[in-house]
Design a binder for this molecule. Structure first.
Ligand code: NAD
Length: 331
C-alpha cells in the first residue's frame, strides 16, 4: 500500500469521472449519490459538457484530466474507446485506481500494457462489462443452476443510433456477450468462424460468429445496430437444462426435465418443468460502481478484472480478423 492508501479505510474515497458525455454523466451521478464516496470533480475536453455536469452535481470541473489525478483515489474513464488506452495509462501511472469502460482498449497490446501496469502499480483495474451486473445474470449466478454449458446462442440487436459509430458493432455490442459467455464457459476459445458486413457506416454494422471452446462448448453470437427493434437475449443449453436470459424484459426462464411423465396429444412423454425465476430489479451501473469501490477499499480483485477485459478483447479481435478475412474472400 502506498501513502495515499493508508487513509482509505477511514475516509470517503475520492472519485472523478473523465469524459462526461452520454454515459460518463451517469457514472458521475452514481459516485455523487454513493455513501462513503466523494465525487471530487469531472473532466471533459468539451468545456460546456464538463460545466453542465459539474453544475448539476455541484463539483469541480476540469478540462485536462491530468490536473485532477493528484486529488483522487479512483476514476471512471468514460471517454471514446480509442482514447481509453492513453487516458487509463496516465491514471494508473499516477497511482489512481481505474474503472475503464468497454472495450478496455482497441488493440490487444494496449490491453496487455494496462493489465501489467495495474499489477506493477498495485492498482485496481476494472473493465465496464456492465452485463455481469445485470439483475438476471446476477440471479443466475446466485441460483447455482449454471452447469457446464454445451451450447450458447446470443443475440444483441439494436436499432441504429448516432452513438459509438467510431467503432464497429463487434467492439461496441458483441463484446458484452463475448465477456459473459467467456465467464459462463470458463474455457479458452480455440476457434472462431465469423462473418459480418458494413451497411451504413464505415465499420461493420452486423456480425455473427461461432466460437469453439477448448472444453467443446460452442457459442453462436450475433450483433446488429441495424435492427428494427431491440433484442437482447441469450440461451444456454446444458446437459440438464435450457436457460434463457432476456436482458430487456429482465427474466430468467429455466426448462428442465420434471419428475415422471406428462401426456401430450394422448402420448406419455417425459415431464417438463418450466420455471421463471423472480428477478429483483436493480441499477446495474450503480452495482458495478459499488463493486469497483469495494475492490478499491478492500484491495480485493474486481468482479470484472483487466484480465477479463483483455480476454474479451482477444476473442473480439479474432472475430474482427475473421470478418476481415470473410469480406476479403466474398465476391
Ligand atoms: P460520448 O461521446 O457521449 O462521451 C465521451 C465524452 O468523452 C465526450 O464528452 C468527450 O468530449 C469526452 N472526451 C474525449 N476525450 C477526452 C479526454 N481526453 N479527456 C476528457 N474527456 C474526453 O460517448 P459515450 O456514449 O458516453 O461512450 C463513452 C464510452 O463508454 C465508450 O467507450 C463506450 O463504448 C462506452 N459505453 C459503454 C456502455 C456500456 O454498456 N458499458 C454504454 C455506452 C457507452
Amino acid at each position: 500500500m502506498g501513502e495515499r492508501d493508508a487513509f482509505l479505510l477511514d475516509r470517503p474515497l475520492k472519485a472523478a469521472v473523465i469524459g462526461v458525455g452520454y454515459l460518463g454523466r451517469f457514472h458521475a451521478q452514481k459516485y455523487a449519490q454513493m455513501d462513503g464516496v466523494e465525487l471530487v470533480g469531472v473532466a471533459d475536453l468539451v468545456p460546456a459538457r464538463a460545466r453542465q455536469v459539474g453544475k448539476e452535481l455541484g463539483v469541480s470541473v476540469f478540462g485536462d484530466f491530468s490536473e485532477l489525478l493528484s486529488l483522487v483515489d479512483l476514476v471512471s474513464v468514460v471517454t471514446p474507446s480509442a482514447t481509453h488506452f492513453s487516458v487509463a495509462k496516465a491514471c494508473l501511472l499516477a497511482g489512481v485506481h481505474v474503472l475503464v469502460e468497454k472495450p478496455m482498449t482497441i488493440l490487444l497490446e494496449e490491453a496487455d500494457v494496462l493489465v501489467a501496469l495495474a499489477g506493477q502499480q498495485q492498482r485496481i483495474l476494472q473493465v465496464g462489462h456492465i452485463k455481469r451486473f445485470h439483475p438476471a445474470v446476477m440471479r443466475l449466478e446466485r441460483s447455482g443452476l449454471l452447469d457446464r454449458p454445451r451450447y450458447i446462442e446470443s443475440q444483441r440487436w439494436a436499432p441504429f443510433k448516432n452513438r459509438a459509430l467510431d467503432v464497429d458493432v463487434v467492439l461496441d455490442l458483441m463484446i458484452h456477450d463475448v465477456d459473459l459467455i467467456l465467464h459462463f464457459v470458463g474455457s479458452p476459445v480455440v476457434d472462431v468462424d465469423a462473418m459480418g458486413t458494413k451497411v451504413v457506416t464505415d465499420h461493420i454494422d452486423i456480425a455473427s460468429a461461432r466460437l469453439r471452446f477448448q472444453n467443446g462448448c460452442i457459442a453462436q453470437v450475433s450483433a446488429s445496430r441495424m435492427a428494427r427493434e431491440s433484442t437482447r437475449r441469450m440461451r444456454i443449453f446444458q446437459p440438464n437444462a435450457l436457460i434463457e436470459i432476456d436482458f430487456m424484459q429482465s427474466f430468467l426462464r429455466i426448462v428442465q426435465r420434471g419428475s415422471g411423465e406428462m401426456v401430450l396429444d394422448g402420448i406419455p412423454v417425459p415431464a417438463i418443468e418450466e420455471t421463471r425465476l423472480p428477478i429483483e430489479r436493480h441499477d446495474a451501473l450503480e452495482v458495478e460502481i459499488q463493486a469497483f469501490c469495494q475492490a478499491v477499499r478492500g484491495n480485493t480483485p474486481p468482479v470484472v478484472s483487466g484480465q477479463d477485459g483483455r480476454d474479451a478483447l482477444a476473442v473480439v479481435t479474432m472475430i474482427r480478423q475473421g470478418i476481415a478475412a470473410f469480406l476479403e474472400h466474398t465476391v
